[in-house]
Structures are given as C-alpha cells and as structure tokens.
Ligand binder design. Structure first.
Ligand SMILES: *[C@@H]1O[C@H](CO)[C@@H](O)[C@H](O)[C@H]1NC(C)=O
Ligand SMILES: *[C@@H]1O[C@H](CO)[C@@H](O)[C@H](O)[C@H]1NC(C)=O
Ligand SMILES: *[C@@H]1O[C@H](CO)[C@@H](O)[C@H](O)[C@H]1NC(C)=O
Ligand SMILES: *[C@@H]1O[C@H](CO)[C@@H](O)[C@H](O)[C@H]1NC(C)=O
Ligand SMILES: *[C@@H]1O[C@H](CO)[C@@H](O)[C@H](O)[C@H]1NC(C)=O
Ligand SMILES: *[C@@H]1O[C@H](CO)[C@@H](O)[C@H](O)[C@H]1NC(C)=O
Ligand SMILES: *[C@@H]1O[C@H](CO)[C@@H](O)[C@H](O)[C@H]1NC(C)=O
Length: 785
C-alpha cells in the first residue's frame, strides 16, 4: 500500500499526479552518453526511412539482396563493423543490424512491499515483493538467522573438525562463516584467517615450511595482551609497525574490505557494479538505498526519483494512475521506454547464486576482476574468470536490458561458477563432502538449483523450455558439467569442446573432472554445441602500457620471431606440471619438437631453430615478445589457457592447436582470415606450415587481427568502472585514460550483435517465433522458419 503524501514518491511524480491515467511528460534526460559515440553499437550506417506510426516497420522493406550487396572477400568473410564474419552472419548484420529501430517497450516500475521491509536484513525486490536477504539471513522478511558454522563437526582427534578454509579456533561470524578476533579483544573485527589461530610445527629441516597443526589451537598467541609475547588480536598497528610489540607473522589481512598488515584501514569491497551509486557495498552484496533494488541496486521503484533512473530506462514516458487506483493494490508504474532489440531480461536470482559467493570470500582476490586499494582506487586482477563479472555488469547497465519478461528476447541467468569453484570447501555450507570431492559436481548443483528456482517462480522458462535462456560457465571445463535440465539453453563458455575428438574431461586437475558425474545428473551432452553456444574471451587485466605502445598495431617488419609460445611445458622441464594429461599432452609434443629452452636434461627440441621460441620461462617482457612475433601458439592448459587473448591483444596471428575445440567467436567470425589452425598430429610440421604462408597472406591476417583485437577486451565493463572512479576522484589513472581512448566494438558489443543475428536466424530458436514488434524491415525477419 502506498501513501501518496509520504516521502515514498519523488517530486517528479508528485508533480504529475492527479489526472486519470494520463500519459505524462516524457522524461527528457538525454545526458551525455556513458560511451564514446563509436561505442554506440548500432548507430545506423545507412539512412533509415522515417517511420509513420508504430507499425510502419511492417510496410517498410529494404528488399535487400544480401548476397549481391554484401559479397564475401577472398577468405570467404563478410566484414561488418571491421570484423570478418562468417558470410551468412556478416551479410545479415550488415543489412539488418544497422537499420534496427527503436520500439516502445512497457517497463513496470515496482511498487510492492516486502514482509517487515526485510527486517533491515535484506533488500526488497519491489517488483515481486520478495526479499533478497543478506548473508546469514533467510526466510520471508529475512527473519530467520542462519547459523553458518566455520567448523565441521568435531571429534577427539579433530577438536575443530576436519580442515576447511574457514576452520576457526576463535570467534566465528556465523552470518558468513568467517573467523575473527571477536568480542573482548581490542580489535574484534580483525580476521583470524587460516593458520593464524593454529599452532605451527617447527620445520623438520632448517628453512623448510612450517606446517599448521589443525588440531591444536594457538589462542595464547592470538589473544595475549602481553606485548613481549607474540600476539594478534590486541596488537596496536602503530606499535607493531614501530617494532614495539610482537605479533604472529602467520596472521594477516586476507578478507576483502580492509587493508594494512592488521586490517586497520577500511576500503571499498568488490560488488557488482559497485551498487550503481545507489547503495553501500557490504562485503560483496549491495545494501541498496531506499527505493532501489536488484543485485547492483540498479532498478528503481516507485519511490525513486525519475531524474535518477538509469540510462537503460530512458527516454521514457510514465503513466501515472490516479490516487484511487494507487490506494488499492499498487503493483507499480508503467514506463514506456524506447528500446532496440535484442532485449535481455536479467533474473534477480537469490543471492546464494551470486552476491553471497562474493561476500563470503576468504581471499579478496578470489573470483573478481577488481578489488579496491586502501584509497579506494581500482586494482584490476589477472583473474581470467573475471569475464563472468564483467559481462554480468555490462548486461545490467545495458540499454538492451528490459524488466519486461514478456517482451524479452533472451533471459540471462546469473550463476557465478567462477566463485563457486574457487570457494568449494571454503566452509561447511559449501562443502564437497556430498560431491565426491568434485568442484564440478558442486557447481552443477548450483546451476540445477537456479534452474529449479526460475522454472518454479517465473513463467519464462516453461514458455520455451529454456531455449531463449543464457548461462555463463566461466571455469576451465566450460559447460561440460551443465546439468541436463538446462542443455536447451545457450551456454557462454571459454572452452568450446565439441567432444568430437576429446570426448572426456580434458583437465588434469582432478577436482574439476566431470567424467564420473552420473548421466542422471549431467545427461550426455557435449561440452559445447556450435549451433547454439558461444565461446567468449577470458578476462585480461587492462594493460595501459600495451595500449599506449599500440602493441596490437606492430607491423610485420618489426615482428622477428616466426612462432612464439610461452607457458608450462610439462614434466620434462623445471617446475613443469607432472601429469601427462596436462594440456592433453599437446604442449609436451610442441616442446619435444621446438623447445628453445633447455629441459631438465639440457636438451632443446628436435627441430630447435633460432626464430622459434617455445619456452616455459615467463619473462617480464611477455607482451613485448608476443608483439615481436608473427605467429603465437594457442594451446590448452587445464582446459583453456587465455593464449588466444594474449595473441590477439598483442597483434599476433594465433596458431591454434586443439582439435575439435572452439575458440572465442570461432563459430561466428571467419577464423581463416586471421588465424591458423593446425591439427595436433601436424605439430612436427608446424614450422614448415607457417613458412609456407606467403607474405601477402600474413599481412592480410595481421590486418584482420588489428581489426578485431578490441573484440577481445571487456571494454564496456572497464569504462563503466572508469566512470565510477571519475565520479569519485579528480585525478584519472593510466588505465582509465588509455582505455577511454578506445572506441571500437568490444566483447559486449560483439555478444549483442550475435544475439541480434540469432534472434532472427537461429535454427535453435526456430519454434520461438512470437508476434512481436522487432523494429526491422520484413526482409530481415526469420529466415529460418
Ligand atoms: C609478559 O611475557 C613475558 C615473556 O613471556 C613475561 O616475562 C612477563 O612476565 C609477562 N608480563 C606479564 C604482565 O604477564
Ligand atoms: C573507502 O571506502 C570505505 C568503504 O566505503 C570507507 O569506509 C573509507 O573511508 C574509504 N576510504 C577512503 C580513503 O576514501
Ligand atoms: C514449469 O513446468 C514445471 C514442470 O512441468 C512445473 O513444475 C512448474 O511449476 C512450471 N512453472 C510455472 C511457473 O508454471
Ligand atoms: C571417445 O573417443 C574414443 C576414441 O578417442 C572412443 O574409443 C570412445 O568410444 C569415445 N567415447 C564416446 C562416449 O564417444
Ligand atoms: C626463420 O629462420 C629460417 C631459417 O633460418 C628462415 O628461412 C626464415 O625466413 C626465418 N623466418 C623469420 C620470420 O625470420
Ligand atoms: C637442436 O637441434 C639439432 C637438430 O636440428 C640437434 O642436433 C641439436 O642437438 C639440438 N640442440 C640441442 C641443444 O638439443
Ligand atoms: C599467396 O598465397 C595465396 C594463397 O595460397 C595465393 O592465392 C597467392 O597467389 C599467393 N601470393 C603470392 C604473392 O605468392
């Protein structure tokens, strides 16, 4: 129930109330766009005929002869916005994507309230009238206190239970299963993480590692107040820095949100979109300001001011019901927003699938693409899995986002397996004990539960059996361990294994192996189906230096190395991975032929030659070395390895050696025009094959790499962060300066372009034909039915 005079309504709404269901003033908030104009993904490239009335697109027809108008080049590619696409895709995008027009979409702005206003322990989803509870709370109205233990059940041998990351001899914060000093100490919120609270055995040999004894606590050294002895929970940081008191060296500050040796400085935590400026990032979950909801506080309710609505809800026309209607069951307002398809609905899933996984992190670097320094400046991580967070953030802030599930073309289900997998066995509530010790099996369960949740609580899954749903599996084995129930959907992965050659688990890391997951749970699907799925690039830390130096643009004459590969080469080398199955044996074969660094026996590869580098030694000049090479190896590690991204971002022509396994965009871009694929059996002929590629071809491939390199950057997400930092600080950091200069299509733009193509051409979606207004000429609609 909404009372009108109360502060729940913004001035802008109050001003226009009174008339019966009138359509009131369009909100004119065309603020400066967030993106440089060239990131306006679908800016028209040729003139669009003016429309007369809402249905004019029906009569508008371009009569495009796609084949004649968009011919293929010598590689069989059709260029659209610089990228060489597979012909059918490039033709459609060139002809249709750029003439797509805005249509009117009704977005409902929620007005429902939640039980007890979520008891101050959660955020109310005003559309559904349901709470998203903070970590440790549950139930309708978040009234239930969960008891999330730090320790597994104890036994005489293991008074603190068998070891887990969360095992705690001190105060356990049972809302998050994390260990702290606790009440009665001088610094109750100082973490007692990992070995800190346990006794350490003196090393068996001098200089050897100290081993923690997880059955014997060391409370003496944690709780002591006597400054002449080792302490932790009562040690004053200033005195410790001045060497006036001793502290236990094994204790440190691992949790997110605090810096300094003693966690004495509070800092910003990592939250999705940093709560969009409408909330406080609480550990990893957003505590939204009044009137806002959603994982990133990006959704306004009837009590937020229209002038503060996000860009993706503008420009809009708001229908305001009269007071009589409002006084009854007031479910919300309708806003008519001009939007272009494809429209994407992002589920606001329960936080167990996303923000709780962020908030309960025991190591701040885990599963995020950035953390914040003690000054609250961005510190980008090298987490390859950071792509999952980046794409999610872009979707939430995108103009293609809709709150209207009936109009949506796609549904994104945000389960963060990058966090689930890294956090497996972190705490009793995410234990692997019922999963045969397999992280893959634990992750499968999360996806299955998310499926059950959406199929039960929303109508959209059942409409299409999930064929218009999208899931992201960022971990090494991609969607191999997707539960059978969701295989109809589109999978976003980094590992495009079609299982045609490698029909089993390809990782050497046992915890990720999925072969033993019973088919009753996994079904019998391949890991990747090029018909419906998409491989996306992995996250690469923004390197302002590489952009400034334009490594991607290095010309052929400055590329002196013929072939370059740098990475773990297996057991024949110092510190090499011992398993034969690592890299499916591919790197080992390459090294045996072309190794350019002596192995343990002092041997080089059989075909060692001066301008071929195959080495396990990572130099500090890694990017420079890639940029000085013509061809760069793309070989698997445990699953994917991020080498495709390294190669393309440094302007090197990728040489792919992994049979039957797709790389980013391989089913949509024309790979022959910028990459070389050789089969695993051809490794001995690698150099001969590369030398056989003539200069004209090499120049042409390098030129195409230069055209597409930005499609391997999560630029959209980086610029969202740049904007947030700009609003907080007057000075701009190097990464922000350099990346803000870039303006071509990035990962997110490419993804949207593909979704637009699929909307009308995907055989997988053939039966989903719905009578919708697409804002496209007839010749662009449904070519598959
Ligand atoms: C503090 O510890 C030192 C060394 O163990 C000991 O000599 C001293 O008596 C202790 N002081 C107090 C007040 O307990
Ligand atoms: C950084 O953010 C945290 C959390 O919002 C705040 O407590 C702290 O004062 C901020 N630090 C600086 C230097 O602004
Ligand atoms: C969708 O279908 C499943 C299985 O038939 C059913 O259990 C579920 O209740 C349906 N969901 C909705 C929202 O109707
Ligand atoms: C997997 O491939 C091997 C040969 O590489 C073959 O012997 C086996 O039958 C295949 N298994 C399945 C389930 O396709
Ligand atoms: C690499 O070395 C071989 C043999 O010395 C030579 O034929 C070839 O042109 C060289 N290639 C490059 C790119 O330098
Ligand atoms: C390099 O390869 C040649 C054969 O081309 C071989 O005779 C030589 O032993 C190799 N060098 C080393 C150090 O292994
Ligand atoms: C280079 O190779 C391509 C493809 O094999 C061929 O069509 C072209 O004629 C060659 N160009 C030169 C200059 O040899």
């Amino acid at each position: 129930m909404v009372s009108f005079q109360s502060s729940k309504f913004s001035w802008s709404l109050v001003a226009i109330v009174g008339s019966l269901l009138v359509v009131v003033s369009v909100v004119h908030f065309f603020l400066t766009p967030i993106f440089p104009s060239s990131l306006d993904y679908f800016s028209a490239r040729f003139p669009v005929r003016p429309s007369i009335g809402g249905e004019s697109h029906e009569s508008l027809d371009l009569n495009i002869d796609f084949d004649a108008r968009f011919p293929e080049d010598s590689h069989g590619a059709v260029t659209y916005r610089g990228a060489p696409w597979k012909p059918e895709i490039g033709k459609w995008l060139s002809g249709c994507d750029s003439v797509s027009k805005e249509i009117d979409i009704v977005e409902s702005i929620g007005g429902r309230s939640c039980k007890n206003d979520c008891s101050g322990r959660g955020v109310c989803n005003k559309d559904r009238g349901q709470c998203r509870c903070f970590h440790g709370y549950s139930g309708e109205g978040c009234s239930e206190n969960l008891q999330l233990d730090c320790n597994l059940p104890s036994s005489p041998e293991n008074p603190y239970g068998p070891w887990l990351v969360s095992t705690c001899p001190a105060y356990c914060d049972k809302t998050r299963a994390m260990c702290f000093c606790g009440e009665g100490t001088k610094y109750p919120y100082r973490p007692v993480a990992e070995a800190c609270g346990f006794r350490l055995n003196t090393p068996s040999e001098p200089g050897g590692p100290k081993i923690a004894d997880w059955s014997k606590d060391d409370l003496e050294n944690v709780y002591t107040t006597n400054g002449s002895r080792l302490g932790w929970c009562n040690v004053d940081p200033a005195e410790a820095y001045a060497d006036k008191v001793k502290f236990k060296e094994e204790c440190d500050c691992k949790y997110d949100g605090r810096w300094g040796r003693f966690c004495e400085t509070p800092s910003e935590c990592s939250c999705i979109n940093q709560c969009s400026g409408n909330g406080y990032c609480r550990g990893g979950a957003c505590q939204c300001d009044r009137g806002w909801y959603g994982i990133d506080c990006s959704i306004p309710s009837v009590s937020s001011a229209i002038k503060e609505w996000p860009l993706w809800l503008r420009p809009s026309t708001v229908e305001v019901p009269d007071k009589a209607t409002l006084d009854n069951d007031f479910a919300g307002l309708k806003a008519i927003v001009k939007k272009k398809r494809p429209l994407i609905y992002v589920y606001d899933l329960p936080p167990d699938f996303n923000s709780h996984l962020l908030e309960g992190r025991h190591f701040r670097f885990e599963c995020v693409n950035r953390i914040y320094t003690e000054k609250n400046r961005t510190l980008w991580t090298s987490q390859l899995y950071g792509s999952q967070m980046a794409l999610y953030e872009s979707l939430l802030a995108s103009s293609y986002r809709t709150l209207n599930g009936e109009e949506a073309d796609y549904f994104f289900v945000p389960v963060l397996d990058s966090c689930i997998i890294t956090r497996a066995d972190d705490a009793p509530h995410i234990s692997l004990r019922e999963h045969m010790g397999l992280r893959s099996s634990l992750a499968l369960d999360f996806y299955k539960k998310a499926y059950e949740y959406i199929a039960h609580h929303y109508p959209y899954w059942n409409h299409t059996s999930g064929r218009d749903h999208i899931w992201f599996f960022a971990w090494d084995e991609g969607a191999c361990y997707a539960p059978k129930e969701i295989w109809n959907s589109m999978m976003l992965v980094h590992w495009g294994n079609t299982n045609t050659k490698h029909n089993h688990s390809t990782t050497a890391y046992w915890g990720d192996i999925w072969d033993s997951i019973p088919s009753a749970r996994r079904g019998n699907h391949p890991c990747f189906d090029p018909e419906k799925d998409l491989v996306l690039p992995a996250w690469k830390k923004p390197e302002p230096g590489a952009i400034w130096l334009k490594l991607w643009d290095r010309p052929l004459k400055k590329r002196t190395t013929l072939f370059y590969f740098n990475g773990n080469l297996g057991p024949a080398y110092q510190n090499g991975r011992p398993e034969d199955t690592y890299s499916m044996g591919i790197r080992q074969k390459l090294a045996a032929e072309f190794g350019s660094t002596p192995n343990k026996k002092g041997k080089l590869g059989r075909q060692n030659t001066s301008n071929v580098t195959v080495t396990p030694l990572r130099s500090s000049n890694y990017f420079e070395e890639l940029a000085s090479s013509i061809f760069c190896g793309v070989l698997p590690g445990d699953g994917w390895s991020g080498r495709m991204e390294d190669s393309i971002l440094q302007g090197c022509v990728p040489v792919i050696i992994q049979d039957g396994i797709f790389l980013p965009y391989e089913n949509i871009l024309n790979y022959r025009s910028f990459a070389v694929r050789i089969t695993e059996d051809e490794i001995p002929n690698l150099v001969k094959i590369l030398q056989g590629i003539n200069e004209t071809q090499v120049e042409s491939m390098l030129a195409n790499v230069r055209q597409i390199w930005q499609r391997f950057l999560y630029l959209d997400s980086i610029l969202l962060e740049a904007n947030r930092q700009r609003s907080l600080f007057s000075d701009e950091e190097d990464w922000s300066v350099e990346f803000s200069k870039l303006g071509e299509d990035d990962v997110f733009a490419t993804f949207i372009q593909l979704l637009h193509y699929k909307l009308h051409n995907d055989p997988w979606r053939r039966h989903l034909n719905q009578k919708k207004n697409y804002g496209l000429p007839k010749s662009c609609l449904r070519r598959t039915s």
